[in-house]
Design a protein around this ligand. Structure first.
Ligand code: G4P
Length: 292
């Protein structure tokens, strides 16, 4: 699903989240593990302000396991609580209430010391479209409560969902807008299907993905499409184009005169990348300043 974001939408989305933030103890910032930086809202620190935050890298089943570990390490080095989950199967989702509670441990201990009975931690899931917010809410609830494909600006009566004894979750997520200012971010988001292909040219998106795959995951690419030679110069567009044509030829994407239908080949590459047919792939590396 996709949303065309305009400044008015952003202001409204932000206002709606800020209303919800008043009701909760912890914000769960949902990111796509395949692109943890590009799937981040550009104003998230400003929006969440001082609210305790748990970073949850979703779709970790589709992302490179080594990279998942490195990204988690980076977020933790930055002082955030962070975990990786797969909301579609529920893998590691049970850690969310545990980690959310940990963030409030001091407050809870103070309440206990005063003889108060602490109430469950109240949480809100926030993230850009398609990152898996509704899937995660449904998984945490153990039933279908959130309609996938929620839209910003569509309000309905919100309710608390009880997640075990430790947590209560708002049944409607906070929907945030993605980054727009950087074209590379746009390509990465489009490569995973997070933003509409029509916004960017499908061949450009596939070209971008192919260049990245050729440089970072050549063996996987070569195996999937029986490719022989890695490009000699990754910065030479002709070499990347040759790979695209080779894939197109092998997959029967032909036009009249023996020409390759690059649009069709691009569609195949992107579909297979998104479906994990080339294995688990992360499209961006943690920053180089990360402590190893
Ligand atoms: P949203 O509320 O944040 O917009 O996202 P939503 O839950 O609708 O999830 C978007 C797509 O991502 C869904 O696929 C969903 O099944 C998939 N998804 C969510 N979490 C995970 C995960 O941890 N792993 C994997 N592999 N997939 C996940 P869909 O219904 O097929 O939609 P689409 O792919 O056609 O957009």
């Amino acid at each position: 699903m996709s949303i065309q974001w305009f400044p008015g939408h952003m202001t409204k989305a932000r206002r709606q989240i800020q209303e919800k933030l008043k009701l909760i103890d912890v914000a769960i910032e949902l990111l796509d593990a395949r692109l943890p930086m590009s799937s981040r809202n550009p104003m998230i620190n400003d929006i969440l302000h001082n609210k305790p935050r748990l970073i949850v890298m979703n779709k970790s089943d589709l992302a490179d396991p080594d990279m998942n570990a490195r990204w988690l390490k980076l977020f933790r080095c930055e002082g955030h609580a962070a975990i990786a989950v797969d909301a579609s199967t529920g893998s590691n989702v049970s850690q969310i209430p545990v980690e959310a509670r940990k963030l409030l441990e001091e407050k809870i201990q103070r309440q206990i010391a005063k003889g108060m009975k602490p109430r469950p931690v109240r949480a809100l899931i926030v993230g850009i479209p398609n990152v898996g917010k509704s899937t995660l809410i449904n998984k945490l609830a153990g039933r279908s409560v959130a309609a996938t494909g929620d839209r910003p600006g569509v309000t309905k009566g919100q309710q608390w969902i009880r997640v075990g004894t430790e947590m209560e979750l708002l049944d409607t997520p906070g929907i945030l807008w993605p980054k727009f200012e950087d074209q590379e971010v746009g390509y990465r988001l489009a490569a995973t299907g997070a933003i509409r292909e029509e916004i960017l040219n499908v061949e450009d998106i596939a070209f971008y993905a192919l260049k990245y795959l050729a440089s970072q995951y050549w063996d996987r690419l070569a195996e999937r499409y029986s490719l022989e030679q890695p490009p000699v110069d990754m910065d030479n567009p002709d070499e990347i184009l040759n790979i695209m044509e080779d894939i197109g030829r092998k997959r029967g994407c032909l036009m009249g005169g023996g020409r390759i239908d690059l649009e069709k080949a691009s569609g195949i590459i992107l579909r297979e990348l998104r479906a994990g047919k080339m294995g688990r792939i992360t499209l961006e590396e943690p920053y180089s300043f990360m402590v190893e």
